[in-house]
Design a protein around this ligand. Sequence first.
Ligand code: ADP
Ligand code: MG
Length: 386
Amino acid sequence: MNSFRERVTQLFQDTFDEQPKFIVRAPGRVNLLGEHVDYNDGFVLPAAIDRAVWIAFTAAPSPHSTLVAVDLDERVSFSSETIPAKTDLDGKPLPHWAKYPVGCAWALNDAGYETPALNAVFTSDVPRGSGLSSSAAVEMAFISAWQALAGFEADAMARAQLGQRAENLYVGVNCGIMDQFASACGKRDHALFLDCRSLEWHTVPLPDGVAIVVADTAVPRSLSDSAYNERRSACEEAARLFGAKSLRDVSVAEFQRNKNKLPELVARRAQHVVEEIQRTEQAVFLLKQGNVRAFGRLMNECHESLRDLYEVSCPELDVMVRIARSLDGCYGARLTGAGFGGCTVNLVAHSEAEAFATGLASRYTRETDKNPSVYICRAEAGAGMV
Ligand code: ADP
Ligand code: MG
C-alpha cells in the first residue's frame, strides 16, 4: 500500500511540479455469494479487495479541473460550471474513461453538492474490465476526493448511490448498487452483507487463514443484452405467477410447492434465484461461526446452480472451477459476476494460496490454451482519505 502512495505522490509531482495535498484510495470488489439476485431484491455478499484506485490531488487555482489518467497516459480538463455533454468536451469527444469522473461531478452537482476544481493524478491496480469493478473504484475515489475538498456530508451508502447514478445516467451503464457499495463500505478482513431491497447492510468477519483468490479466464465477459434480459424477464414472470412483488418474497418451500405452475424454463431460472437468496442468508450464519468448509460448499452449489439452472456459465469457467476444486486448500470455487466469461472466485487456505494460484494458472493454460490472470486478494477497507 505504501508503495502505491509513494508512486502516486511522485506522479503528481512530476505532473504538477508540487506536492499533492491529499491522497484517496478506493478499492475494487469481488462478490462471494448472491449472484444474479440483485435485480430480484435479494442479498449479496461482496468484499472490497486490496487492489485500488489511488488519486493524488490538490484544489486547483483555476475553475478547471485537470484529471490525469496515468495508466492510459491521457488527461482531460473541464469546469464543473459547464460539465461537458457526455460525448463532447470543447468540441472533442470525451474519452470513455473520463466519463466516470466527470459523471461523478455531474451526479454530485445534480444532488446539490459542490465539486471544487482539482488537479488530480490517478492510477490503479484493479484490472480493467475483468469483473473486479475498476469502474466503481474510479467513481468512489473521485467522489471521496470531491468530498474531501468540499466537506459536504454524505455517508458511504450515499456516496455509492451517487456513483451508481453517474454510471447509470452519465456513462450509460445499467449497473446495480453492489459495486459502488462494496468499494465505499469495505472493511478489512470482512465481507459485506447487503439487502438490495432496503439497502440495509452489515459487515461479516471472514475467518482467519483464508484468502480470496480471483481467477480471470481470459474469456471476455459477453452476457449479451438479450441473454440478460431473458433472465430478468423470466424472474419477473415467475414473481408475477407467484403473486409476489419480486422473487425475494418467494421462499424455497413456497417455490417447491408451486413450481409446477410455472413454465419449465421460468421455473429453472426462478429456482436459482430463490435458492441463491437462501444460500446467501445461510452463508452469513456460517461465516459468523467460522465454518469455512460449509461456506465453501455453498459457493460450489452456487456455481452448479448458475451453470445448470441459470445457464450463465461457459466451458472455460467450468474448467477453471473444476481445476480449482482439485487443488489443495480450496474450500469453494464458483463463477462470479454476470457470467459467460470473466472471473471465478475461490476461497482458499491462506497457507496454500500461492501454490493454488500457480497450479490453477498452469493447468488452466494446459487445458484451454488461454493465459489466465490469478489474483490473491485480501478483504480491505472501503474508499477514503489515506
Ligand atoms: P470493470 O468490471 O473493471 O468495472 P467496466 O467496463 O465497468 O469494467 O469499467 C472499466 C472502465 O473503467 C475502463 O474502460 C475505463 O474507462 C475505466 N477505468 C477503470 N480503471 C481505470 C484507470 N486506472 N484509469 C482510467 N480509467 C479507468
Ligand atoms: Mg464496472
